[in-house]
Design a protein around this ligand. Structure first.
Ligand code: NAD
Ligand code: UFG
Length: 332
């Protein structure tokens, strides 16, 4: 039996595939390569010694999906594939709804047809919208402020309804906070499409001279130094969270929801200072206006995952900053 990883050549997917192979799982990857490259497969082989089976397939193409389920015996699906830029989604909402929602519906229909009833889904802390307080627990109100987050919330609802209709399903919804860092080998990491929106991908490009200066979006938030606070989590810790979630879906039917974060909040200035210290590089920055739609503080209460999945993040901010930079150095 195999584990199907949709979006498995992407940033979080590729790190999870490495952990799955290290665990001895048989992995099949599906990706349309819209935001990743085929070379990732070779990097996975360099790290693990195993070249995973790969299908260049779009989730919107239900016939090709059907072929994958016919040709393989899929026990469980880890579903990463989706468009993920919050800002981009405001400009092209229909593409986001079509890709993320229709793609997921095609996947779920095909799974049900083939009696594959275990799924782990990549959700996001963005489903909490503007949280009423921090740290955020899983039972907080859900509301969204952009089409990307709305696709995540809708898929959560679809998964809940699916379970109500068929109690044999075992579903794990993982709400990620802010994944950064890269594999310690420096062979896989995050490669943004075009100019990065996120903090760490931008910092590393100021460090390597691609951009002159980092814009820090706002220094008047009600936080310790006025800059935005987030829960940054090392991508390898996040990947390991999926391995733990797999135990859960293999043993318990139902819908299980977990925050995956460290439970600690760091400001933009904390991240800049840590990056400068561990990599011995100066990052030029300036304060600019707040970014529209941003919130001041967002960090998880990660106790539920600790108690029920026996998982907690181990790698600290220094490691995250070191590994992010190492990946850029190795990619040159
Ligand atoms: P990524 O873009 O690196 O990986 C997603 C992969 O899915 C890409 O390789 C892309 O080519 C593929 N893909 C997209 N649409 C597809 C389709 N229709 N058919 C087949 N393949 C398709 O993104 P990531 O950072 O690895 O994120 C993985 C998941 O985690 C996404 O669902 C994302 O929304 C979610 N998430 C990411 C973050 C983050 O900050 N990175 C935070 C919260 C949630
Ligand atoms: N920031 C800057 N300058 C930049 C980029 C970011 O100051 O050039 C600041 C932001 O204002 C924020 C912090 O750095 O305070 C983190 O910003 P990111 O864009 O890296 O991350 P966000 O928390 O805004 O969003 C991310 C993902 C979303 C996801 C969300 C919650 O991009 O997809 O985390 O999981 F939904």
């Amino acid at each position: 039996m195999s584990v199907l990883v949709t979006g498995g050549t992407g940033y979080i997917g590729s790190h999870t595939v490495v952990e799955l192979i290290n665990k001895g799982e048989d992995v099949v990857i599906l990706d349309n390569l819209s935001n990743s490259t085929i070379e990732v497969l070779d990097k996975i082989k360099q790290i693990t010694g195993v070249l995973p089976k790969f299908y260049k397939v779009d989730l919107l193409d239900i016939n090709s999906l059907e072929d994958i389920f016919t040709q393989n015996s899929i026990e469980l699906v880890i579903h990463f594939a989706g468009l993920k830029s919050l800002t981009e989604s405001i400009g092209i909402p229909l593409e986001y709804y079509n890709n993320n929602i229709t793609g997921t519906l095609n996947l779920l229909k095909t799974m049900k047809k083939h009696n594959c009833k275990k799924i782990i889904f990549s959700s996001s802390a963005s489903v909490y919208g503007l949280p009423k307080a921090v740290p955020i627990t899983e039972n907080f109100d859900l509301h969204t402020t952009n089409p990307y987050a709305t696709t995540k919330l809708m898929i959560e609802q679809i998964l809940n309804d699916l379970y109500i209709s068929d109690n044999e399903f075992s579903i794990c919804i993982l709400r990620y906070f802010n994944p950064i860092g890269a594999h310690e080998s420096g062979l896989i990491g995050e490669i943004p499409n075009g100019k990065p929106n996120n903090l760490l991908p931008y910092i590393v490009r100021v460090a390597n001279g691609q951009y002159d200066c980092l814009n820090v979006f706002g220094n008047d938030y009600k936080t310790k130094d006025g800059t935005g606070v987030r829960d940054y989590i090392h991508v390898v810790d996040l990947a390991i969270g999926h391995i733990k979630a797999m135990d859960k879906v293999r043993n318990d039917i139902g819908v299980h929801i977990y925050n995956l974060g460290t439970g600690k909040g760091y400001s933009v200035l904390d991240v800049i200072n840590t990056f400068e210290k561990v990599n011995n590089i100066k990052i030029k920055y300036k304060f600019v206006q707040r970014r529209p739609g941003d919130i001041g503080e967002c960090y998880a209460n990660a106790n539920k995952a600790k108690e029920e999945l026996n998982w907690e993040a181990k790698r600290d901010l220094e490691q995250m900053c070191k590994d992010s930079w190492n990946f850029i150095l190795k990619s040159k």
